[in-house]
Design a protein around this ligand. Structure first.
Ligand code: FDA
Length: 513
C-alpha cells in the first residue's frame, strides 16, 4: 500500500541523506526494480526451501563497501523501523539471513571479504563475508603446515559460522572455529565500531557462538591458526546391514569419542540399493581423518576398532586442505575450487540436530533403520560426528556453545527433495520430525540440546515483533544451556531496544511479554 511505498522511499532518502558520500552508497543499494536485485538475493541462498515465489523478499539489499555504509544502514533502518537481516554466506538452514515476516532489508557482507594471513605469528584477520574455503585457500597458499579448525562445506560464510560455533574435521584436536577467535570488529546498534578491547569481554564472549543477528554486525575476526602435519590420512569404509553395519556402528559409539585427538571419525547413514543383496539396505559410511601417515593409522585402527576391518587400500594420504575437500565430497584436483562460492549444488532441505550421551542399543539403531525404510525418505541421511578430545577439555561456559564434555557424538538428520516437489515438502518434513521424535529416548534430555548453527525453527521461536525471556528460553536453553542467561544479560546491555532480531535471536530482559 501507499504507506509501505512511502516508508520505502523515506528509507532510501535517509540512506543518501545520511551517507558521507551519497554517490558511493547509491552503488550498493539494490531495490526490487533493479535488475541485479534477484541475482544478488539468490546468489548465496543454499536452502531453496526458503527461496520460493511465496518467500517474503527484502525491500532493499545493501551490499556495503565501507563501514560507513553499514553505519548509515543501521541508522536508517532504526529510524524507519525496518528489520535488518545480516547475511554473510547465506547458509542459514532456515534462511534467517534473508527472510523475515515483517518489512525488512538485507545487509549483505559479500564485499567484506578480505583475508590477511600472518604465518609468522600464526594468525589471520578475516572479514565476515569471506567463505571458509577462501580462508583455507589463503592459509595454504602461504603455509602447508598451518590450518584452521572450521567446517567442511567450503562455501559457508565466516560471519554466520564463527558466530554460531563452527565445527569440522579438526574439532577433536582443536575444538571449534569460535574457540580460535582472539579479536573481532563489530558495529553495534549505535553505529560504533568496536574491537575486543572496546566491546569488553562479555560482548566478545557472546559473539563467539551466541549467534549472529543479535549483538550487531561483526565485520571481521582475528583468528589463531593451528599446526597440522604436511601429510594426513583419510579413509571411507562402507558397511551395509548385511555386512554387520548395526554391530559395527554400535561398537563405534563406545570408542569414537575416546580415540586419540589426532583421529576424527564420523558416520553417515543412508538408505542404498545394494547390488549384492538385490534390495534396499542401510549403509553406514565410516569416514576418518588422521593427522599422520597410513603406517601409524592402520595399527591404531586394528588395535582400537578391529571390527571395522580397515585395510591399507581404504586409506589415502593427502594434505590437510585436500582432506577438507575429500570430506566435502568435492574434487581435489584444483584447490582453487575453494574460491568458488557456487561450487556446491543448492538443495531444498530440512535438517535437525541432537547430542548423544549414551550409546544407542542395537535395537534402538534398528528402529532408526525402519524410519529410513519408510517410503518418504528417498534423499535422507543421518550423520554422527564423534566428540571427545579437545571438546572434553573446554569448559561449558568458556563460550556460548555448551555441547562439550559428556557427548559421545553429535547426530544430525537431513532430508532433501527436488524443488519441483516443493508442493509435497510437508511429507518430507513430517518424515524428519517422526525420526526426531523417535530419537527422543536416545538423546540428551532436559534440555534436549541442539546445535545453533544447524538452525531449526521447530524447537521454538520468538514471537513476531516482540518476545520474552520465557518464550526465548524454549529454544535458547536447547542451543546454549546455562549460557543462555549470560547471553540475555549481554543483549540487555548492548541492545536493550532489541533492534537486531530474528526468530531465534536473544531477547533483552526488558522486552515486554
Ligand atoms: P548466513 O549468512 O545465512 O548467516 C547465518 C546467521 O548468522 C543469520 O542469522 C545471519 O543473520 C547471521 N550473520 C551472518 N553474518 C553475520 C555477521 N557478519 N554479523 C552478525 N550476524 C551475522 N556448520 C558447521 O559447524 N560445520 C559444518 O561442517 C557445516 N556444514 C554445512 C554445510 C552446508 C551445506 C550448510 C548449508 C551449512 C553447514 N553448516 C555447518 C552450518 C553453518 O555453519 C551455518 O549455517 C552458518 O551459520 C552459516 O554461516 P553463513 O555466514 O554462511 O550464513
Amino acid at each position: 500500500g501507499a504507506t509501505l511505498a512511502d516508508s520505502h522511499d523515506d528509507f532510501l532518502h535517509c540512506l543518501s541523506l545520511h551517507s558521507a558520500d551519497s554517490a558511493s552508497i547509491s552503488k550498493v543499494i539494490f531495490t526490487q526494480s533493479n535488475s541485479s536485485y534477484l541475482p544478488i538475493l539468490d546468489v548465496s541462498i543454499q536452502n531453496l526451501r526458503v527461496s520460493t515465489s511465496a518467500t517474503p523478499k527484502p525491500f532493499v539489499i545493501v551490499t556495503p563497501l565501507q563501514t560507513s555504509h553499514i553505519q548509515t544502514t543501521i541508522y536508517c533502518s532504526k529510524t524507519h523501523k525496518l528489520e535488518i537481516r545480516i547475511r554473510s554466506g547465506g547458509h542459514d538452514f532456515e534462511g534467517l539471513s534473508y527472510v523475515s515476516e515483517v518489512p525488512f532489508i538485507i545487509l549483505d557482507l559479500v564485499n567484506f571479504r578480505s583475508i590477511e594471513v600472518d604465518t609468522k605469528n600464526k594468525v589471520a584477520w578475516v572479514e565476515s563475508g569471506a567463505t571458509i574455503g577462501e580462508l583455507y585457500y589463503r592459509i595454504v597458499e602461504k603455509s602447508k603446515t598451518l590450518a584452521f579448525p572450521a567446517g567442511v562445506c567450503h562455501t559457508i560464510g565466516v560471519g554466520g559460522h564463527f558466530s554460531g560455533g563452527g565445527y569440522g574435521i579438526l574439532m577433536r584436536k582443536y575444538g571449534l572455529a569460535a574457540d580460535h577467535v582472539i579479536d573481532a570488529h563489530l558495529i553495534d546498534v549505535n553505529g560504533r565500531i568496536l574491537d575486543r578491547k572496546s566491546m569488553g569481554e562479555d560482548l566478545f564472549w557472546a559473539i563467539r557462538g551466541g549467534g549472529g543477528n543479535t549483538f550487531g554486525v561483526v565485520l571481521a575476526w582475528k583468528v589463531k591458526l593451528v599446526p597440522v602435519p604436511q601429510v594426513v590420512t583419510v579413509f571411507t569404509v562402507n558397511k551395509t546391514l548385511e555386512q554387520n553395519a548395526t554391530k559395527i556402528l554400535h561398537r563405534w559409539q563406545h570408542i569414537g569419542h575416546k580415540l586419540p585427538d589426532d583421529l576424527f571419525t564420523d558416520v553417515t547413514i543412508t538408505k542404498v540399493n545394494s547390488s549384492q543383496v538385490g534390495k534396499k539396505t542401510i549403509q553406514a559410511a565410516f569416514k576418518a581423518l588422521y593427522l599422520g601417515g597410513i603406517d601409524e593409522l592402520i595399527p591404531l585402527i586394528q588395535d582400537r576398532f578391529p571390527e571395522l576391518g580397515l585395510v591399507k587400500q581404504d586409506c589415502i594420504e593427502m594434505s590437510w586442505v585436500e582432506s577438507v575437500l575429500y570430506f566435502g565430497g568435492v574434487s581435489r584436483e584444483r584447490l582453487d575450487i575453494l574460491l568458488d562460492r557456487n561450487a556446491l549444488p543448492k538443495q531444498t532441505f530440512k535438517a535437525k540436530s541432537d547430542y548423544v550421551k549414551e550409546p544407542i542399543p542395537e535395537s534402538g539403531l534398528e528402529g532408526i533403520w525402519e524410519k529410513f525404510f519408510e517410503k518418504e525418505a528417498e534423499i535422507a541421511f543421518m550423520m554422527m560426528v564423534a566428540f571427545g578430545g579437545k571438546m572434553d577439555e573446554i569448559p561449558e561456559a568458556a563460550l556460548p556453545y555448551p555441547h562439550r564434555a559428556g557427548n559421545l557424538y553429535q547426530a544430525s538428520y537431513l532430508v532433501a527433495w527436488s524443488k519441483e516437489e516443493n508442493a509435497e515438502s510437508q511429507k518430507y518434513i513430517s518424515w524428519i520430525r517422526r525420526l526426531y521424535s523417535y530419537m527422543t529416548t536416545y538423546v540428551s534430555k532436559s534440555p534436549r540440546e541442539a546445535y545453533f548453527n544447524y538452525r531449526d525453527l521447530d524447537i521454538g521461536t520468538n514471537n513476531v515483533g516482540y518476545t520474552s525471556y520465557a518464550q526465548a528460553s524454549i529454544w535458547g536453553l536447547k542451543y546454549f544451556k546455562n549460557n543462555f542467561n549470560r547471553l540475555v544479560h549481554v543483549k540487555t546491555m548492548v541492545d536493550p531496544e532489541n533492534f537486531f532480531k530474528n526468530e531465534q535471536s536473544i531477547p533483552p530482559l526488558s522486552s515486554s511479554p
